[in-house]
Design a protein around this ligand. Structure first.
Ligand code: G3P
Ligand code: CA
Length: 282
């Protein structure tokens, strides 16, 4: 057993639905988030971007080309432009292509209940969904390309959270919302305005100055990729020893889930919340 795999005090691992239940429903749609809540996910992950007219929408890519029937950058489109697009059909198309590549006949199609389920999702609508969930469902909001907007993403985000009474929690532990980013500057802006809102520093690689388990000033949660965890499990140990929580993305394979549990990570961010919860015996 390696040093990193020594016994940890057992605590519940939070299961976070990455872009909603995005394996079974089109990512970042109301359908995907409803499914994740139904499946029992503890929290929902979403990426947010600003439209040309200043609305925060849940879209991962810079452009809408991959996940809708439209074209163009989110930042160049207004909410009314996005509202006319279909963010669902690509999922069925993608599944069909995968089946055909395996020389099999498709037997699956994504069928939304109504048009709203596959329309562009605003962060406001997602916050309403969470508020109406009937149980505690946490929300991990990732600010995408916040440097381009020089603070506007965070400003709009905090204003919206304020409307839902979520911008100033009594303590970080009690906050049902946390803000994630690959940008330390974006997290700094959030903390400057809302010091108790938890922030998560996302990492695709570990920069040399953070190898000892340190995080940017004020950040208490590390968000390493599954690849980092797989290749450097002792890094999780270092982060934990430094007193940080560890939230790992994107954890879809059963052996990766098992490794995360063994290492004592605090949250597993996955496209398959139902399968992960089942593996965890929940
Ligand atoms: O949860 C963090 C993870 O979502 C970061 O990567 O590209 O999926 O936003 P990405
Ligand atoms: Ca994300």
């Amino acid at each position: 057993m390696t040093h990193a795999r020594q016994q940890h005090t057992r605590h519940p691992v939070q299961v976070v639905a990455h872009r909603g239940a995005s394996e079974e429903a089109p990512e970042h749609t109301l359908a995907a988030y409803k499914k994740a809540i139904e499946d029992g996910a503890d929290a929902l992950e979403c990426d947010v971007r600003l439209t040309a007219d200043g609305h925060l929408v849940c879209v991962h890519d810079r452009r809408v080309n991959r996940t809708s029937n439209g074209r163009g950058a989110v930042s160049a489109l207004e909410l009314s432009d996005l509202a006319g697009l279909d963010f669902g059909s690509w999922k069925t198309r993608e599944a069909r292509e995968a089946w055909h590549a395996r020389d099999e006949e498709p037997d699956w199609e994504f069928r939304p209940e109504d048009r709203e389920e596959t329309s562009v999702l605003t962060l406001e609508r997602l916050l309403e969904l969470v508020a109406d969930a009937g149980r505690r469902v946490e929300l991990a909001v990732e600010t995408k390309h916040p440097t381009r907007w020089a603070g506007q993403v965070e400003e709009r985000l905090l204003l919206l959270l304020k409307r839902f009474g979520l911008d100033a929690p009594a303590s970080a532990a009690e906050s049902p919302v946390r803000i994630m980013s690959f940008s330390a500057r974006s997290l700094h802006r959030v903390r400057a305005a809302s010091p108790l809102l938890p922030t998560v520093y996302l990492m695709q690689f570990v920069s040399p100055r953070l190898r000892d388990g340190r995080l940017p000033a004020g950040v208490r949660i590390a968000g390493p990729s599954m690849r980092i965890v797989r290749n450097h499990p002792s890094y999780v140990e270092r982060l934990k020893r430094a007193g940080h929580q560890v939230h790992v993305w994107t954890v879809n394979e059963p052996e990766d889930v098992a490794l995360c549990v063994e290492l004592g990570v605090d949250a597993i961010i996955t496209n398959r919340p139902r399968a992960v919860l089942r593996q965890l015996g929940r």
